[in-house]
Structures are given as structure tokens and as C-alpha cells.
Design a protein around this ligand. Sequence first.
Ligand SMILES: [Zn+2]
Ligand SMILES: [Zn+2]
Length: 76
Amino acid sequence: MGWGTCVNAGGRACGYMIEAKCDDPDCTAIINRGLAYVCGDMHDGGEKGCGKYFCYNHLSQTGSGQFCKECYAKID
Ligand SMILES: [Zn+2]
Ligand SMILES: [Zn+2]
């Protein structure tokens, strides 16, 4: 077992075995839905993230995790 495939709170398939497009609507980068690409610090996003999956161009690294543009803007 592990996090190779799972289903998150939104009913969406996730895990690093799931290949998917970046969740930015204008981005076509292929990523996977593993923790390496999630917004927040865990699947579903943790306390501050939205739990969507983005390529590295659309994630900002912070001291408390990595976040997409929108969530990053809400963090001070
Ligand atoms: Zn986000
Ligand atoms: Zn992207």
C-alpha cells in the first residue's frame, strides 16, 4: 500500500501513479498527482493549500510547503 493511487476528499484520483495535466487552466505540463506536485503539504492541501496539482512553474516554495499562485497570495 501507500500513496501510489488514492482518492482525495473531492473524489479525485490522486497519488504519484496518476498522470495528469497541471491544474493551471493555461498550462499543458504533464505531472503526476503525487505529493511532489500538490498545492499544500499533503493530499487535499493541508491547512493552507487547495489540494490541486501543479507543475513546478506554478508552485511557489515557502517555509510551510508549496502553494499555487492563488493560495500563495493568501499566505502572509
Ligand atoms: Zn492552491
Ligand atoms: Zn503548470
